[in-house]
Ligand binder design. Structure first.
Ligand code: MLC
Ligand code: AMP
Length: 503
């Protein structure tokens, strides 16, 4: 078998001098490529010492640190399946994913380890260990008794499972293979012209596709370097930007940067590329950024299941409001309501095919089958048109999805939680335009007397859901507007309350 293990590809791109830094953290600590190799080998050996074998899932719910990245690489090396979880998830959300994925080991930050232990006990996960934001904890403290298992992998072997919510509100685990990750990483590295001279300012979280795969793979496959911030903090980003050549973020990062009067062309003097994705970048932000800095932000489009699908060009016109053409190796088409393929210019559901497209949902062949056409294209659920010149423009979503600050929120999941609260008859959750988060989660509630206070609804949601899913406003109505079929008219609610967060 040819070894298609992604770590092998990464190792083949190490710089000639492996003591060169690959990561510089916020404290100025430098980690060389040889440190990354040594630490990931140690973590892989530790997991093997705990009894993990190829294919075992390793759930990781930790704060961002260089060690969090080394743990991902350790999983690649051992053929283990990396399963990152957002640190914002609450006990019930984690429990569902642990029960579904059945990990052999869970590594958690001290802040969430109690919930992890409860979930692990219930679902037969044998080992729960800690990893702190400073790279310490019971996991790195273990001394391995086995050698590093550098396990050969087939291209189709699963490298990672990332949970992504469905319209029913139950998250599904998207299985990404070594081939998927390698193909997409290479497509991005070449399309965005990464070289060993690049310095990427990394401020994204590393439990989702954007920060973990898009950003890190460009660097790891080109011998470049990262300035590694624990999170997006405007002050820190401003301080580090002058030393960076590339920055990646969700649109909220760009609107926040623009809100600072001291963010100027000088701040970005050394930057060759700004990339935006995960949510729509408004043409206003694109234009304001260009005016302030002279840079046209490069917008790209992707999803957890597919990695990146399309990108505006590195060289050539970047069109505000469009997401560019398919990346090398990716094909796209648009289908009508009956499944027929539509001509250029017509709006329909975007479908994708290529080596980037995932292997299916973990233990959900039914859901996997639903999301693919009979001829093997993945149905994204995004509404788009493809113009004559092949440029893709997203015009909306067929799915009932809210994207808040780059995080996906499925209304059904929030509604189900709110509907359980005493006094609530029914709730409807919608996304409304928000100056900072792009869209904000809002609950429209029909209640019986005595109605709960808005703050009570938010508190209740906070107890059960990650904070970014908690409504930023709760509005009460006598009755929810319905159509002749009895279905709540969300469009009408979105129109009526469109100015809720107008500044
Ligand atoms: C935090 N909060 C959010 C939020 N993030 N609320 C709504 N939407 C969000 N995205 C909560 C906080 O917990 C806090 O709650 C309150 O809102 C205000 O917090 P803040 O201090 O303003 O938030 P901050 O910590 O600065 O985080 C905002 C952010 C962050 C935009 C920096 O959310 C972020 O880094 N987002 C990136 C998401 C991402 O990586 N997406 C990629 C997915 S992959 P309280 O109650 O304490 O006030 C993908 C595929 C692809 O989509 O194509 O890339
Ligand atoms: P996720 O499931 O978290 O991977 O989110 C994927 C979804 O984010 C896509 O289906 C799109 O709806 C949205 N998305 C990603 N990039 C963009 C973009 N550049 N513009 C608009 N929406 C985007």
């Amino acid at each position: 078998m040819d070894d298609a293990n992604l770590y092998r590809l990464i190792a083949s791109r190490f710089p000639a001098d492996p003591s060169r830094p690959v990561i510089e953290d916020a404290q100025g600590r430098l980690y060389g490529w040889h440190d990354m190799d040594r630490m990931s080998a140690r973590f892989a050996a530790t997991l093997a010492s705990l009894g993990c074998v190829k294919g075992d899932r390793i759930a990781v719910q930790v704060d961002k640190s260089p060690e969090a990245l080394f743990l991902y690489l350790a999983c690649l090396r051992g053929g283990f399946v990396f399963l990152p979880l957002n640190t914002a998830y609450r006990a019930g959300e984690v429990e569902y994913m642990i029960g579904d994925a059945g990990p052999a080991v869970m590594v958690a930050s001290p802040a969430v380890v109690a919930d992890a232990e409860t979930a692990a006990r219930r679902h037969g996960c044998r080992h729960v260990l800690t990893l702190t934001a400073g790279g310490e904890g019971s996991f790195p403290a273990l001394v391995p008794t086995a050698p590093c298992p550098d396990v050969p992998c087939a291209a189709d072997d699963v490298a990672a499972i990332l949970y992504t919510s469905g319209t029913t509100g139950r998250p599904k685990g998207a299985m990404l293979s070594h081939r998927n990750l390698a193909a997409n990483g290479e497509a991005l590295r070449t399309s965005w012209a990464f070289t060993a001279g690049d310095v990427l300012l990394h401020a994204l979280p590393v439990f989702h596709a954007h920060g973990l795969f898009v950003a890190c793979h460009c660097v790891l496959l080109s011998g470049a370097r990262m300035l590694w911030l624990p999170a997006f903090d405007q002050r820190q980003v401003m301080a580090c930007l002058p030393r960076a050549t590339v920055f990646m973020g969700v649109p909220t990062y760009y609107t926040r940067l623009l809100a600072g009067a001291d963010f100027t062309a000088e701040t970005c003097a050394g930057v060759r590329l700004f990339v935006s994705g995960s949510a729509p970048l408004s043409p206003e932000t694109f234009l304001a950024f260009r005016q302030r800095t002279g840079h046209a932000i490069l917008e790209r489009y992707g999803m957890t299941e597919t990695g990146m699908n399309t990108s505006n060009p590195y060289r050539g016109e970047r069109r505000p409001g469009s997401v560019g053409r398919p990346l090398p190796g990716v094909s796209v088409r648009v289908a009508g309501p009956e499944g027929g393929i539509l001509p250029p210019g017509a709006v329909g559901v975007l479908q994708v095919r290529g080596e980037n497209v995932f292997a299916g949902y973990w233990r959900r062949p039914d859901k996997t089958a639903e999301d693919f056409t009979p001829d093997g294209w993945f149905i994204t659920g995004d509404l788009a048109r493809i113009d004559d010149d092949g440029v893709v423009t997203l015009v909306g979503r067929a799915r009932d999805l809210i994207i808040s600050g780059g995080y996906n929120v499925y209304p059904r999941e929030v509604e189900q939680v709110i509907d359980r609260l005493e006094g609530v008859v029914e709730s409807v959750v919608i996304g409304l335009p928000h100056p900072d988060f792009g869209e904000a989660v809002v609950a429209i509630v029909q209640a019986r007397f005595p109605a709960p206070a808005p703050e009570t609804v938010m508190e209740h949601a906070r107890a059960h859901l990650a904070k970014y899913k908690v409504p930023k406003a709760v509005l009460f109505v006598e009755a929810l507007p319905r159509n002749a079929m009895g279905k709540v008219q969300k469009n009408l609610l979105r129109q009526t309350h469109a100015a809720e967060f107008a500044s």
